[in-house]
Design a protein around this ligand. Structure first.
Ligand code: BES
Ligand code: MN
Ligand code: MN
Length: 463
């Protein structure tokens, strides 16, 4: 065992206990009822960063939840790595579908995690992955092997659109100055197939409201004679895809980045088993845009999906009613070069245009962000690739992800640095779903791999 491995072996029980302490606190940013818990996690993490060796750790107040900033600067001659993560979590709903309570972490084995996985909301997204960085710093400081400067910026509003982070980075450019940004908030292909995320999709998230008559009506007395907002809304939504599953909003594909044949062939080399994919989801067939593979559909192509839809009577039994209003929440995942504000505008115009007379439509944009692609020839990517090669014994595969971390594009714009996405979760870890978990092996492997990133990045920067 090398010094990294022996430090982890000696302290792993404590590492897990400390993570479990954080996971017990329900830091749900979307629900104001949990604001105290969100604040509690922020101050607990501040203490954790101090204990790990950061100096001057501060909670910066914002209009929303605080941003934690801490650093360990050893020399202005050395490169600086900025670590970003988020301490807020998604709501655990539907709680009834969890096999164990979402905020009472337990370790159980699974097929994918024979060495055990921690089950709790936030285990993988993102408390567990963020905590790997805190423990990696502790390890490097304790072993006296920290080769460069480190800065941590941790926010509590990622899951609700990072509303206050852009102002913060604009106002603290100098403090946040760095040579590379490092984030563990994505996944990898499998424990024996390491991969590094090279792309994130952008996002436009909107809510729509369709209003018909000025009150709920008797569906017998008025049925057939006035527009039913739910009938209309579902028809409008259905029309947003054509029979090839392409999105029908005018201009939607205008700026979509087109990958070359070679790039698509390169992507197709990543191991993927369609049958296992279908089995894991219990579906008979996949579904999506004509002409693209599953991996292309969920990474390099844009989407439009209804995330929630409601209106009318949904209580027990039957109530005969034509509702006055119907609603839906819609997300559009975007690819590089699609501008989320333009797309939101195009959606709004189109949705108003396709509304028939007899209803009115209101579109309310929620949040959004641009997509991101990181080059594989940057120092950061090369350092990360070498780090995985060292600890996994295999060169990682570059892979574009379908998820979004909108702030990453902003980092590049404002701080002018590349982001490296070293994620150690698996798609099957059920982030945002019931029974979210994070492999103990993955957690420890992350802690082992991160110090090599620092080492290689510092070495490569000297050349
Ligand atoms: N960590 C995820 C994003 C992610 C997960 C990217 C896995 C790639 C692989 C992040 O916390 C998240 O959930 N982002 C949201 C967007 C945000 C604006 C609410 C998402 O992708 O839905
Ligand atoms: Mn996340
Ligand atoms: Mn998330």
């Amino acid at each position: 065992m090398n010094p990294i491995q022996s430090y982890i072996a000696t302290h792993k029980t404590r590492f897990l206990d400390e993570l479990i302490t954080l996971l017990k606190i329900p830091s749900i940013s979307a629900d104001p009822n949990y604001s105290n818990a969100v604040l509690t996690v922020a101050s607990a993490l501040k203490d954790d960063l101090e204990r790990a060796g950061c100096t001057s750790v501060n909670l910066y107040t914002t209009e929303g939840y605080p941003i934690i900033y801490g650093e360990k600067i050893i020399s202005s001659e050395l490169p600086t790595v900025l670590v970003y993560g988020h301490y807020d979590v998604q709501p655990p709903d539907p709680v009834a579908l969890w096999d164990s309570p979402p905020f009472e972490p337990i370790i159980k084995t699974t097929d994918k995690h024979p060495e055990g996985a921690i089950f709790a909301r936030g285990a993988c997204d993102d408390k567990g992955q963020l905590f790997m960085h805190v423990k990696a710093l502790e390890l490097m400081v304790a072993n006296n092997t920290l080769p460069c400067n480190v800065k941590f910026m941790i926010e509590g509003e990622e899951e609700i659109g990072s509303k206050n982070l852009s102002t913060f980075i604009e106002e603290h450019k100098e403090m946040l100055k760095n040579d590379v940004i490092l984030i563990s908030d994505t996944g990898m292909i499998a424990n024996n197939i390491p991969s590094i995320t090279t792309g994130l999709r952008g996002l436009s998230y909107v809510e729509v409201e369709v209003t018909g008559p000025n009150r709920d009506l008797h569906s017998g007395l008025y049925g057939g004679a006035v527009a039913n907002p739910i009938n209309i809304l579902t028809k409008m939504i259905a029309s947003l895809h054509d029979t090839d599953q392409r999105i029908t909003i005018p201009g939607f594909y205008d700026n979509v980045e087109i990958l070359s044949k070679e790039e698509r062939a390169e992507m197709a080399k990543a191991p993927f088993n369609l049958d296992a994919y279908k089995d894991a989801l219990n579906i008979e067939a996949v579904y999506g845009e004509k002409g693209y593979t599953t991996n292309e559909r969920n990474a390099i192509r844009p989407t439009l999906d209804v995330n929630g839809i409601w209106g009318g009577y949904i209580g027990e039994g039957a109530k005969t009613v034509i509702p006055s209003k119907a609603y839906a929440k819609i997300s559009m995942r975007l690819v590089p070069n699609q501008d989320w504000k333009t797309i939101t505008q195009q959606f709004t115009t189109h949705f108003n245009n396709i509304a028939p007379k007899g209803v009115t439509v209101k579109v309310t944009p929620h949040h959004g962000g641009q997509g991101y692609v990181t080059p594989v020839d940057s120092l950061g990517y090369i350092a990360a690739s070498k780090a995985y090669a060292t600890t996994f014994g295999k060169t990682p595969i570059p892979q574009r992800s379908g998820g979004s971390i909108p702030i990453v594009a902003l980092f590049e714009e404002v701080l002018k640095s590349k982001t490296i996405l070293m994620g150690f979760g698996l798609d099957s870890d059920a982030i945002h779903s019931p029974n979210e978990h994070f492999g103990v092996w993955n957690f420890l492997k992350g802690i082992e791999t991160i110090p090599y990133f620092y080492e290689y990045f510092t070495e490569l920067s000297k050349k």
